[in-house]
Structures are given as C-alpha cells and as structure tokens.
Ligand binder design. Sequence first.
Ligand code: CUA
Length: 471
Amino acid sequence: MDNSIPVENPKVLIASANPLFRKGLENMVQERYGQTAMIQSTQTTSETLAVMESWQPDLVIVDYDDKSVSRTEFLHQFVAGDSTMQVVLVSLQASGGVVVYDRRTLTPAQVQDWFSTSSSSLQSSETPITKRSSSMKHYAFAGVLVLVLTFLVDLFLSTSRLLPVQASLQAKPIDRLFDLEIIAISFLFSLIMVFIGYSMIVFRRKPGQEEDGTYFKSNNRLEIIWTVIPLGAVIGLSYLGAVTLGETRQADPAPLEIKVVGGQWFWRFEYPEYGIVSDKMYMPVNRQALLKLTSQDVIHSFWVPEFRVKQDLLPGENLVRELRITPTLEGEYKVRCAEMCGTSHAYMESPVIVVSQQEFDEWVKGELAVMGTDPVARGERWAKNNGCQSCHSVDGTASVGPTWQGLFGKTVTLLDGSTVTVDEAYLLTAIINPNAQVAQGSTPNVMPQTYKDSISEEQISDIVEFIKSLQ
Ligand code: CUA
C-alpha cells in the first residue's frame, strides 16, 4: 500500500477558506491520529499547491464546496504527479457527495466512518496467516472448477462437428492443430468464466458492508506470470504452426498436375498431361494433385473446406502459387472462392469430384472424345470454361450482357448510331477487343478485355460456332 497514511506523525494538510471547515476537520484528524498528527491549513489553491510541494503531506483534505480552492487542479496535480500522498475531497453539504482520490464517493455521514476504516486497514498492514491459507483454499477450489469446466467445454466443442468431413491427407495435421486449439479455447474460456463467476458469488458484498477492498497499485509477480506464459504459448503455437505447414507441403514424386485458373466468376481446370480443360475438377483418390493456381483478373482464393488447405490465386504469370492435395475420400465436394472478388463472389463455386483411378481414366477418355467431335460441342465447353455464361445466357434470359440466343445474324445499333450485322467478324472483335463496337444498351469496359490472351483463336472460332447454333 504505497499511498497509505503513516500511523505515526502523519502530515495532514487541510485546504479550505472556511474556518469552520478547517476547525471541524482538524478535530476529526486529531481524534483519528491523536495529538502526534501534524496539521497545516491553507486557504487558496496556489498556497495549497506550494505547501504540498514543500511540505510533502501524507494526506490532503480539500473542501469540496469551496470555490476558492480548485479541486480539478488538485486532482490533476495528484493524478499527474508521482506523489504518493492521499487526497480526500470532503463536502459538508448534505446533498453533495464527497469524492476521494481513489474513486470513492462518500456522503457526509460516511466521512467519520472513512476515517475509522482507514485506521483499521492501516493497522493491519500484514496479512494474517489465516487469511492467506483461506485464499489458497479459494485458488484450489477455483482451479478444480476450471479443470472441470475445461473438460466439459472441450467435450461439447469436440463432439459438435464444427468441421466438415476430413477428405485429404493434408487435413490430418491441420485437424490435429484444431483439436489443440479447441482445448486451449476451452481452458481460456473456463479460466475467465470461473474466476468472474466465483468472485461474483463468493466475494459478493455482504449487507451492511460499506468499506472498500484493498487498494494495490502493482503486483510484479502477477505481471511476470502473465507476460511469460502467453509469450511461451505464442512461441509454442508458432512452432506447431510451422511444423504443420511443412507437413501439408510434403511433395510426392509424381503428382497429377492441375492448372487452376480463377476469373470473375468461374473456375477452370486444365490437365496439361492430357490436354483437357474442364469446368469441374476431377481428382483420382489417394494420388497427390499438384495445383498450380493463377488468376485472370483479381485475387481469388481456392478453398475446399473438406481438404482444409486454402490458397490465394494471384493475377500475373510470375505469381503462380502451388498447393498440394491428396484426396483420401471419394465424393463430390465444392471449391468456393474465399476472397471477396466482386458482385458474384458468393456464387463462384465449382464441383470437385474425387473418384477412383479407374473412373478418372474413364472421365479422361470421355473428355478427349468430346474434344475431337464437332466445333459446336467444343465451343460450348470453351464458353463454360471461360465463364461466358455468367454474363450471357443461352436461352434468351436477360443478363449483364446480351443473350446468345438468336444473336447471330441479328442487326445491332452501335453507340455511334451506325448499324452492323452480327457475323463471325463482329463476334471475333467483340471477344478480343470488346470496346471497339459496343452495341446500344451495353456499357463499355464491362466485358473483360483479357480474352485475347486467355482464349486461343481456334477456341474463339469454336465459341462462334456455338453461338451460331443457338437460334
Ligand atoms: Cu473469386 Cu471471390
């Protein structure tokens, strides 16, 4: 207790312009501390501050009702300075409260009480042994409650299926980390709840109990404990995180390479080994897939929750990211975009299908067969793979861009008023240089200008064949 008033010869300063106030409090102080108390009194703010400076009193009693003594200035002096003296603001008007420095509010009737309780707390500056052993009992009991609640919360969280099914080899170390975090979360939750609840119930103020709790300014042991433990926990968790990251990136010697392209708003999966391009991701079970991810426009993020791992797709040839996934459970999942990427971000999903090696081989054969057939079927596929249908319907439905149904052969009016017939040349221009001939009713710059780089000429002519077929 740094700011306690010494029992022997305390120095008390009384600040008030009112002689009655001074006399009354002088008597009170003498009653409280006996004749050994040294008392000085002052009548103005500046005088009081000067005496505080030179005399260093242990207790300053300020007349709360006296306008010539500025209490704000006192509190400021007291709070800002490093002085250990105690300041009491006392009001002798029945309606006004008395504000004491360490956030106590007393009514005039309680002032006498405050003097006597200060005295009792001063005299017992050493904690008696009995008190100490009973506080150990409280800690032991609260400790047991924390352990019990931790167990119950962990049981509840770990059985409430917070995570989807585990469908990849890489998910295992990540789930191990999740399990550990759930234990840590349960413990921290219990620690806080038990200590708050226990204090609220056991240390509740009893009726008639008016005095304040013990005031203490600092506790070095506590501060060291709550610095060292979290520091150790954070270092430990970062180590575990690094080890887990390493495990999820372990490379198999011959993975299946899949190039994943994201764009507003579609996913495209390319299998360079087979020359297949698809809007669905097929994966053979138990074979590591090496995903090479890239974006055609803004940042997207590849995320299949069942596989746990996640990776951003960045635009730019030199920013291809890699992700390794070894699916372990056959089934149909969904890749979703986990990076806010524009108006249709929420709908940026595609099927991810994990099948046996045999079914995968059949799918490859089927895809290759489609590629060899007529240009209309190929065009439909390219259109799908490039996300054309997010803006252009094929059945006449109104969308962001004009519908492809009945588009070929139509006469359109351009923004400059001229008219043009939709033929192969117009469609080619519209795809590779969309701002060149914008039709009325459309807005320039809405159609992406990147297709000249991402779709080959053969593919564009297939798409045109597909559009032609939609009459
Ligand atoms: Cu792509 Cu969100």
